[in-house]
Design a binder for this molecule. Sequence first.
Ligand SMILES: NC(=O)c1ccc[n+]([C@@H]2O[C@H](COP(=O)([O-])OP(=O)(O)OC[C@H]3O[C@@H](n4cnc5c(N)ncnc54)[C@H](OP(=O)(O)O)[C@@H]3O)[C@@H](O)[C@H]2O)c1
Length: 271
Amino acid sequence: MSLARRRTLDGARIAVTGASGGIGLALAEEFARRGAKLVLNARRAEALTALCSRLGGDGCDTAVAVGDIAEEATRHKLLDTANERFGGLDILVNNAGVGAFGRFAEAEPANLRRILEVDFFATVELTRAALPLLQASAKSGERRPAVVNIGSILGHRGIPYAAEYCAAKFAVRGFTESIRPEFAKLGIDVLLVSPGTTDTGFFDNVLAMQVKLPWRKREGGGTKPEVVARATADALERGKREIIPSFGGAAMVRLNRWCPGLIDWYLSRYG
Ligand SMILES: NC(=O)c1ccc[n+]([C@@H]2O[C@H](COP(=O)([O-])OP(=O)(O)OC[C@H]3O[C@@H](n4cnc5c(N)ncnc54)[C@H](OP(=O)(O)O)[C@@H]3O)[C@@H](O)[C@H]2O)c1
């Protein structure tokens, strides 16, 4: 391991939520390539099992915990599986997420609740439940454990037609920043990954799509999930605290930091 590396993923016990498609699936593949042992969660059992046997065929030790991560029983199943199969957990990746797009005035209150349940509360409560396992990993001294939260550039800058999703991803970012210094004391790193538009099924899986999103010119497009996965694995190995794995996303977040009024003015065209 080079001196610049904080950890190796070879042999690391990693749990990934939302691993049946998109960024979660790409993360599972990338971690498997780097020698990790995986516990994978999502609701679609078939997709998850197929991924599991594919990765298993390539020599990766993999287990599944099927279910809705917004439910406490699923979260416990995920952690119990890690414990029973691998004797613990080194890295937790809170990736499962869902969105809804449309004008706030016409939005269903139930969608706000559901988005916060999946994107925010499940992240928080799974992190809470995983803490004893992560602390045990830290105490063993074999490798430095970590929590990875998949946020979004929309957790740095709110945009029209995405009030619920932006609120959830801002909450994820606030939570992540808040626990980072607390967890540092426990020997646990905390990484925030904030992708920009990524070429996954995300926009097909949203709870509502009531407007044509002006910044989404065509189906597909955006960063490939494999790029996000590689950047995340590299960031974990190097011990980074935060990454924005797209040039355009990073530029937007920087511009918003320097001149938020300019972005407000630009976005007001879409109000
Ligand atoms: N795509 C983008 O443009 C983009 C940009 C920034 C951030 N992100 C974030 O990246 C993360 C992954 O999104 P993605 O782009 O990969 O979307 P995706 O292709 O829709 O994949 C979402 C994954 O989460 C799982 N999932 C959804 N709800 C779940 C639940 N309640 N319990 C368990 N698993 C659940 C889905 O599997 P099942 O349906 O089988 O449960 C699927 O595996 C999300 O947090 C998203 O907010 C995405």
